[in-house]
Write a protein of this length. Structure first.
Lengths: 114, 114
C-alpha cells in the first residue's frame, strides 16, 4: 500500500535499522524500543493485521516465527527468553495497520498484561 | 508428552474450560485470567515452545491464528481489539512448555511491556 509506513520501510523508501530480510519477511528495530531488544518482524506482503490472517498465510506466518528465532539468537536472547506479541485493534494499542510481530527481550518481563 | 499439562487438557484428562477445538488446535480459558478475556490457543501436537517452530509448522501456526480470530469474535472482542502473545524462555515468564498463544482482550491494555 502506497501510504503504509511499513511498506515504505520494506521498500527502503524510509530509513530504518533493518536486521533481517528474506523473500517473505523483513525485520527492523522498533523506533521506540520498550525493552533492550525490541524488533518488529513484518510480512513483505501488506496484511492489515492479525484479523486478516487466513490459512493462505501459513507460509508467511511460519517465516515470521522462524525469523524471530534467528533474530533472538543473533541478539543474544535465545536462551534468556523473549516475548512475541501481535496487537490487533484499539484495546491492544495497534498503531500501524500492517501486521507486525513484536520481539521483546533483554530483560525480565512483567507478567502483568492489563 | 505424558507429563505435559496442556497435552492432558487436550486429551480431556484434566478438566478445563475449553472454548474451541479442531484437528490442529485446542483453546481454553487461562486458569488465572489477566484480562476479562484470556484464552490460550495451543497446538494439539506437543511443541515445547516458539523456539521449536520450523516451516513444517506452517499449517498449525495458521490454524492457531485463524482460531484466535474466531474466538475473539465469539467473545465479543473482535472490534474492540485483542493482544496475541507467545512467551519463550525465562525472561518472558513462560510457565508451561507446550506452545501456547495467549489471547488477551476485554479492556484497554498497557503499552508498557517491560
Amino acid at each position: 500500500m502506497s501510504d503504509c509506513l511499513f511498506c515504505k520501510i520494506i521498500k527502503n523508501e524510509i530509513p530504518s535499522k533493518i536486521v533481517y530480510r528474506d523473500d517473505l519477511v523483513t525485520a527492523f528495530w522498533d523506533i521506540h524500543p520498550q525493552t533492550p531488544v525490541h524488533i518488529l518482524i513484518v510480512p513483505n506482503q501488506h496484511i492489515a493485521g492479525a484479523a486478516e490472517l487466513t490459512p493462505a498465510h501459513a507460509e508467511t506466518l511460519a517465516a515470521m516465527f522462524v525469523a524471530a528465532n534467528a533474530i533472538a539468537a543473533e541478539h543474544g536472547v535465545a536462551q534468556s527468553g523473549y516475548r512475541l506479541t501481535i496487537n490487533q485493534g484499539p484495546d491492544s494499542g495497534q498503531a500501524v495497520f500492517h501486521l507486525h510481530l513484536h520481539l521483546f527481550g533483554g530483560k525480565r518481563m512483567s507478567d502483568r498484561r492489563g
